[in-house]
Design a protein around this ligand. Structure first.
Ligand code: SF4
Ligand code: SF4
Length: 343
């Protein structure tokens, strides 16, 4: 779906999304690439965008989904017996039989997951109470303190759940935890502004500096994102830019030049920039979700970090304090930085 700047409000901050409590796909501990230090990353399920190279496709839909691991399926049919909607069925495959899921009929009731004895099905997205998440995070406080780490709200996009994200960030901060947010920044400023006091670090993606490509490939306009990045800088938020580099989409010298030019004007006010070469880690997930035909990057060669060194040098020469290839920020680099506080 394509969004214009005019219907941005409706697209990403409708009442339904604003009030929503997200399903969580994963609470991942000991992460080293989602901000400074050792971090616990909370992956919320739901994203306003559908980037075709997404390596976390399980976080795109807000609905609960079912992973199906075909190589574990024995074709026993237990899932078919319990499925209330007829979404599960058995089909013959050569001499054996295997089950199939009609995703259009699946309501995510998870009865098949409970019934399957061979763990051929898994649940993607579960409800967590605020306290459960906080408990998970607090368990790692000693690691956060020693490494200058904390918690990163990610997804999907936490901005699709701004009230939940604000409450969670405020709660974590009361525990003395540094809170980062990984976001597309595709939201009206009025959705982002209330978060300024609770988010210590915004990690914002720029997918391409070409507005036409951005609109046609990712399906939404670039300008609101760039405006929000400028507004975050003006508000003295700590901002780190993520630049995913996707073969054939944004790996051109024109795009690299445009990124440097855009970031140059506030280079010394950025916490840093991470160049993130495309990788294939998400490929299997498309298969498990029954969406392999939507994945257009199958077999595409990964970009070697060495190829991106000139780009990294150009960013560093523009005045950006910290530039990484791969996003490993390191221990303690931003320890103690609070919203509005700078090194
Ligand atoms: S219950 Fe599990 S093993 Fe049996 S047919 Fe269904 S998915 Fe396959
Ligand atoms: S989650 Fe429920 S509706 Fe979906 S396939 Fe399993 S049993 Fe059927």
């Amino acid at each position: 779906m394509e969004h214009s700047a005019a219907n941005l409000d409706e697209a990403v901050s409708g009442r339904e999304a604003n009030d929503a409590i997200p399903l969580i796909t994963e609470i991942q501990r000991f992460c080293l690439q989602d901000g400074p230090g050792i971090r616990t990353t909370i992956f919320m399920k739901g994203c306003p965008l559908h980037c075709p190279w997404c390596h976390n496709p399980e976080t795109q839909s807000r609905r609960r989904e079912i992973y199906f691991y075909a190589d574990k399926c024995t074709g026993c049919g237990r899932c078919v017996e319990v499925c209330p909607t007829g979404a599960s069925s058995i089909v013959r495959s050569g001499k054996t039989q295997i089950c199939r899921i009609d995703r259009s009929k699946c309501i995510g009731c998870v009865k098949c997951v409970e019934a399957c004895l061979s763990e051929a099905r898994g649940v993607v997205g579960r409800e967590y109470s605020m306290e459960e998440i906080v408990r998970e995070a607090v368990a790692d406080l000693p690691f956060f303190e020693r490494s200058g780490g904390g918690v990163t709200l990610s997804g999907g996009d936490p901005l699709l759940f701004p009230e939940f994200s604000l409450r969670l960030a405020s709660r974590l901060k009361r525990e003395g935890i540094h809170v980062g947010m990984e976001t597309s920044c595709f939201a009206p400023w009025k959705v982002i502004q209330p978060l300024l006091n609770s988010i210590d670090l915004f990690l914002v993606d720029i997918k391409s500096m070409d507005p036409e490509k951005h609109r046609s490939v990712v399906g939404f306009p670039l300008e609101p994102i760039l405006e929000n990045i400028r507004a975050l800088i003006m508000a003295e938020a700590n901002v780190r830019i993520h630049l995913p580099i996707i073969p054939g989409f944004n790996d051109s010298s024109e795009n690299f030049r445009a990124c440097v030019e855009f970031l140059r004007s506030f280079a010394d006010r950025l916490t840093g920039v991470d160049i993130l070469p495309y990788h294939v880690y998400g490929e299997k997930k498309y298969e498990f979700l029954g969406r392999e035909e939507t994945y257009r990057y199958k077999g595409i060669k990964e970009i070697s970090p060495r190829e991106l060194v000139p780009f990294a040098k150009a960013l560093a020469e523009s005045g950006i304090i910290q530039v990484s290839i791969g996003g490993m920020v390191g221990m303690g680099t931003e320890r103690g930085l609070k919203p509005g506080e700078r090194r």
